[in-house]
Structures are given as C-alpha cells and as structure tokens.
Design a protein around this ligand. Structure first.
Ligand SMILES: [Zn+2]
Length: 344
C-alpha cells in the first residue's frame, strides 16, 4: 500500500498521542474474536470454533450478512457477566487505542429480548465502565438505543426503564437497526420525552436509505448527531441544511466498506461533506465485527486524500460532539438549542 505523505503520517501520530474521541460505537460490536470463541464454546455446536472462523464471518456478502453476525454475537450473551466481559473488551480497546472520550451505544431492548434483566446488566456494565474511568482510561458515557424495526413501543419501553432506574452515565438516546422499516415520524412522541430524561436525541439514518431518511429524521426527531448520514451527500440542499444546523454526522468508513453501504469505498462522500461544512466525526461502529481501529478510520480518510487540516477538523468535531448529561442541559424538544446539547 502506498505510504502516506510525511506531514499526514505525522499528524496521525500526533492525534493519537493527544488522545482521540469516539462517538459511534456499539457495545456488542466491540467483542474480541477470542471472547466470541470462548462464549460460543459453551454450546454443543460452536458457532465460532476458533478465531479464524469468527474472522471469516467478517467478509459480508451484504448488509444482511452483517446483521446475521451481529445477531449471532448477541445470542452468545447469556448473563450480566457475559455483558461485563464484552464491556472489558471494549474498555481494553479504548485504553490500547488512546481513546480518552467515548460514547457507547447500549441497547436495553436487546438485553430484554435475550431474556435478561436490564438492571442486572446495567449494574454489571457500570462496574466495568466506572473501573475504566477510575484507572484513568478517560470519559466513557452511554447512549441508550432501541431497534428501529421493533417500533415506537420498544423505544418507549427503553425510556420507561431509564425513567424507573436512571443511569447517570446515559447522556443520549438513539435508534439503530433497519432505518427503512418504520418512518422517523412514528417516533416523534418517544423523542419528546428525551429533554425531561436528560438524554440528547440521536438517530441512525442515511446509511442504507437515501437522503429522504436523513431529512425525515431532521424534521421529526431533531437529532444533534446522526449515525452515518452519508447518503445526505446525494442532496446538495440537505447538505447545506446539515451544515447550517451544525448536526454532526458520525461516519464509519470501514463499516460502510464492509457492509456495502458505499458501493465504491474509494469514492466515499466523506470529504465532500466536510468540504461543504458538515461537522463530520469518525468512528468504528463495531470494531470487533469490522476488524478496524479508530486510528485506522483516520488513516482511511487520509488515503481518500484528506490533508492535515481535514484530519484536525474531524478530531475537533469529535471532541465538540460530546454530549453533556442532565435534564436541564438539552433544551426543549422542538427548540433550537443545539449548542446547549453538546459541548461546542
Ligand atoms: Zn451504528
């Protein structure tokens, strides 16, 4: 592979030593191959007999192949201790990669679907995350999420759980899963509850569905950050709107290449979005399933031709995109207080 220009390579080293921030990262997707193998060994016919078998599953035919692997990983988790084990994979990775400020999606809806008690799992995760911060690993905040295709009731249930058993580490709420399954407008009432619960509005959109999915999310849910959002690049007016609103797009280059969300990764629209003034951040999405690192994401951006200025801008956006918890900080639903919801 062609070497990167000297100043760009130096900037990557500098960014890493300064400490990176990551905003789009799913807990279950951070599992290490060795953990997947160990958890799978408890079943009579192991899904992942060895690390090579797990890594082979990373070569997806299409998005469905990715979803199947994600589901298989979730099925390995049978207890709060299993969740804690995956959380330790995640915090170990954050330390190794010098990611000093991370916001991690945790899905109470998936926990309950597996048949586990949310509070037990939450307590197991909290112990791992608190230990990570105590040992100087940096800030680790949680983003609660629900699965879009399970509809607004499942999303309300996540908020009910948080209302009944508040988790001070949770600073945002988002929707993942199949973005085309249920329109954003169906979740309007769910998102109206967020300010009172101290959760900033987030959403996955514009990964598989086109720019209209991003526009509908902006109209109905007023997210401060959109996970992916890259299909917005197909609509110049929408790109201008994102830039004007200051909405962050948490973009994941290796993920988009692996799942085929971008047909030709060498023509990924990320630099066009940046050039248009959109606040792009870079993340790994599911580092265990895509075999990527956060610095690897910056390296991918550099290989697309980004210079020192673009790399610095992305790192600055990622820092500015940090969410601040607390009911009073996120403004009111429908308000324009975006600056009040993030640190920027
Ligand atoms: Zn994601």
């Amino acid at each position: 592979m062609r070497a990167l220009p000297g100043p760009v390579a130096n900037e990557l080293l500098r960014l890493r030593s300064a400490g990176l921030a990551e905003r789009h990262l799913h807990l279950e997707g951070a599992i290490r191959p060795a953990t997947a193998v160990a958890l799978a060994a408890r079943w009579p016919s192991s899904l992942f007999p060895d690390g090579a078998a797990f890594r082979a599953r990373r070569r997806f035919e299409d998005f469905r192949g990715f979803l199947t692997l994600y589901r298989d990983v979730c099925r390995l988790l049978r207890s709060p201790a299993d969740y804690a084990r995956v959380a330790r994979d995640l915090t170990g990775r954050l330390r190794r990669e010098r990611i000093v400020d991370a916001e991690v999606y945790v899905s109470p809806a998936v926990v309950e679907r597996i048949g586990l008690d949310w509070v037990d799992v939450r307590d197991a995760l909290e112990a791992v995350f608190a230990a990570h911060e105590r040992r100087g690993g940096g800030r680790l905040a949680v983003l609660l999420d629900s699965v879009r295709q399970w509809g607004p009731e499942a999303a309300h249930r996540v908020l009910d759980l948080h209302e009944r058993h508040p988790w001070s580490r949770a600073v945002g709420f988002g929707l993942g899963g199949d973005e085309a399954a249920v329109p954003a407008s169906a979740f309007r009432e769910v998102y109206r509850r967020l300010p009172r619960l101290g959760l900033a509005p987030l959403v996955h959109a514009g990964e598989w569905a086109g720019p209209e999915s991003v526009a509908q999310a902006l109209d109905a849910l007023r997210p401060v950050r959109i996970a992916h959002g890259i299909r917005a690049a197909e609509d110049p007016a929408l790109v201008r709107r994102l830039a004007r609103l200051g909405t962050f797009l948490d973009v994941c280059l290796a993920s988009n290449a692996a799942t085929g969300a971008v047909a030709d990764p060498s023509r990924h629209p990320v630099r066009r979005l940046l050039a248009a003034g959109v606040r792009v951040t870079l993340s790994t999405d599911d580092p265990g399933l895509f075999g990527t690192t956060l610095l690897g994401e910056y390296r991918r951006l550099a290989r697309l031709g980004a210079g020192v200025g673009e790399l610095r801008a992305v790192a600055a956006h990622a820092r500015a995109a940090a969410l601040v918890g607390g009911p009073s900080r996120h403004g009111s639903a429908g308000g324009s207080g975006r600056a009040a919801r993030t640190r920027s």
